[in-house]
Ligand binder design. Structure first.
Ligand code: AMP
Length: 394
């Protein structure tokens, strides 16, 4: 059975065609800069990599061009659209309505639209992808996997903010959490590896966006992002945790508008604000050459992660494993080393030689004597979507 996984953003569509249940990747690709005359499509199979530039006006045009490539007589992998039996969509915000993967119905689309208010940067593009795919693959089963679904198990004591109850009950103001498919995928892989009857793990997703989840017996019980993907860890250009009193000070005393504050903490802060660089590779290189801002930013970043580890150990009353994933988590041995330094009180002992290796797949990088296992588990959100969609359909 062939499943097309679509991650549709405001101006991009990421796609993968996968055979299930064998989990064989047939092709993968990306449409970027939708709405521009110089939009690009990258399409990769085992044997081909094709890059094209087109004037792509909208998502329909973009997905249409993807289908042309999928069915291309020379480079294609299917002969007609009906060969795609399931289309699996990633949607960022499912509010309180979805704790599981679900078939797309008119009611589900209404909800995705309703939650645009909570995820204005993500849900519109996600919805557009659904509408276009329904049109192009009318006979496929359309399935949606929500980024927020995995966190629906977070108990009230962790998900409510200490503001008047009415705001929670009437307006759904609470922690929703994000990167759920990634945290779910790596925690499942970790549990398969640990083979424990009961497990307490912390998953650390460090990419452009960063978040941590406390996962007890496979369930998310606390998470560092909140109502929006803003708080918690220091990210590429987002500040993470700040005293919200700062916002009032900026507006009342320093003449910032609210929009300027939003841009400041979302697009100009984090590692970018501290160092002038967003890509961690540049920051690590500058720190190595002695750049003081970069050295301090790395210390601040990893100190914040350590504090969240501490709080999640307290929340779970124990810890079996910490798991690093996503672009930074999988690739930066320096960040992993700094996070694990002086954590022996918690039973975390890193094996520095293993940490420096770059072997693919799940790997254990802790000492044999370490009470807590330290793992690197490459995330695969598309595969998680494919697995969930396949399970739902079958
Ligand atoms: P993601 O959002 O998961 O794609 O992660 C993207 C981030 O991963 C980039 O901003 C880089 O900072 C980081 N990254 C990727 N490769 C490396 C590497 N080899 N060393 C350090 N950071 C990396």
């Amino acid at each position: 059975m062939k499943i097309l996984i679509i991650n549709s953003g405001s101006s991009s569509i990421k796609f993968q065609l996968m055979a299930m249940p064998s989990e064989v990747l047939i092709c993968t690709g990306l449409v970027e800069r939708i709405g521009y005359e110089t939009a690009t499509i990258t399409y990769k199979t085992d044997v081909d990599t094709i890059k094209q530039t087109h004037n792509i006006a909208n998502h329909k045009d973009g997905l249409g061009r993807v289908v042309d490539l999928l069915m291309d007589p020379e480079h294609g992998v299917i002969s007609n659209t009906d060969e795609v039996e399931i289309v699996g969509h990633r949607v960022v915000h499912g509010g309180n309505s979805f704790s599981d993967t679900t078939f797309i119905t008119p009611e589900v689309k209404d909800k995705v639209e309703e939650y645009i208010a909570l995820a204005p940067l993500h849900n519109p593009g996600n919805l557009e992808g659904i509408l276009v795919a329904e049109d192009i693959f009318p006979n496929a089963k359309q399935v949606v996997v929500f980024d927020t679904a995995f966190h629906q198990t977070i108990p009230e004591k962790a998900k409510k903010y200490a503001i008047p109850n009415e705001l929670y009950e009437k307006y759904g103001i609470q922690v929703y959490g994000f990167h759920g498919t990634s945290h779910q995928y790596v925690s499942e892989k970790t549990n398969e590896y640990l083979k424990l009857a009961s497990s307490k793990i912390i998953t650390i997703h460090l990419g452009n966006g960063c978040s941590m989840t406390a996962v007890m017996d496979g369930k998310s019980i606390d998470h560092s992002l909140g109502f929006t993907p803003s708080n918690g860890l220091i990210m590429g250009s987002r500040s993470g945790d700040i005293d919200h009193g700062l916002i009032f000070h900026l507006v009342n005393n320093l003449d910032y508008t609210l929009d300027e504050v939003k841009t400041l903490v979302t697009n100009k802060s984090g590692m970018l604000g501290l160092t002038g660089h967003m890509d961690l590779r540049d920051i690590e290189a500058a720190a190595k050459s002695g750049n003081k801002d970069c050295i301090l930013a790395l210390e601040m970043n990893t100190y914040r992660i350590k504090k969240y580890i501490g709080s999640y150990v307290a929340a779970m009353n124990g810890l079996d494993a910490i798991v690093f994933t996503a672009g930074i988590g999988e690739n930066s041995s320096l960040i992993r080393k700094m996070v694990c330094e002086d954590m022996d009180f918690f039973g975390i002992e890193l094996n520095q030689a293993e940490n420096e290796l770059r072997t693919p797949g799940l790997r254990e990088i802790s000492m044999n004597s370490s009470k807590v296992k330290v793992l690197v588990v490459p995330t695969n959100e598309e595969l998680e979507i494919a697995k969930q969609a396949y399970t739902l359909v079958n």
